[in-house]
Write a protein that binds this ligand. Sequence first.
Ligand SMILES: [Zn+2]
Length: 232
Amino acid sequence: MEEQVATSFIPLSENQVFLLSLQIEHMEHQYSSTLLERAVGEFAKLPGIGRKTALRLVLHMLRRPVGEAEAFAEAVSTLCREVKYCKVCHNISDSDVCEICAQPSRDSSMVCVVETVRDVIAVENTALYRGLYHVLGGVISPMDGVGPADLEIDSLVQRVASGEVKEVIFALSPTMEGDTTNFYIYRKLESTGVKMSVLSRGISVGDELEYADEATLGRSLVNRMPFTGKTF
Ligand SMILES: [Zn+2]
């Protein structure tokens, strides 16, 4: 096994990597290898990754056993090919119904409405919430061409109409788009009589939910307040 690894890649020394990066930077993207150019180009498509960071990551992978890069590529492509979304809450799942929705110990009378799967993870990390979720897939944002029909709002209304949900907690980012979405859903659910609440604003206005520290997010959830349709 070790022999296979030894023949499948040639490790570069620190010095070689440094010289290679200098050489590449001065070439202004005229990389010495089209293979390198292609790999850097793919990494640079990721959010928050510029070409310099992409180059650093690619050179790092070059210095690792080739099996690591294969495992990396395989994990990402398998995820993208086989991922499922929970038919109840639209969270990422391995099966039709996600692990959270399937847990009998969760309180199914409470539904926490979030923008993305990352927000489910953020709320779960507080360990203060035992209800279920509803992942909208974003927020209403006319500037970005996102309307209510692009989000999982109808399925939320149906969940509430089924009668089991007693409280809907709005846990969207405290931005104009988040407030607009809260209000839109509030109007849709108003006639059902379901209790609606919104996270207290321990989180700074304009902050994105996933970047809030766990203590702040947890406190905001515990101190949630009734949502009256007003944005304070
Ligand atoms: Zn689910």
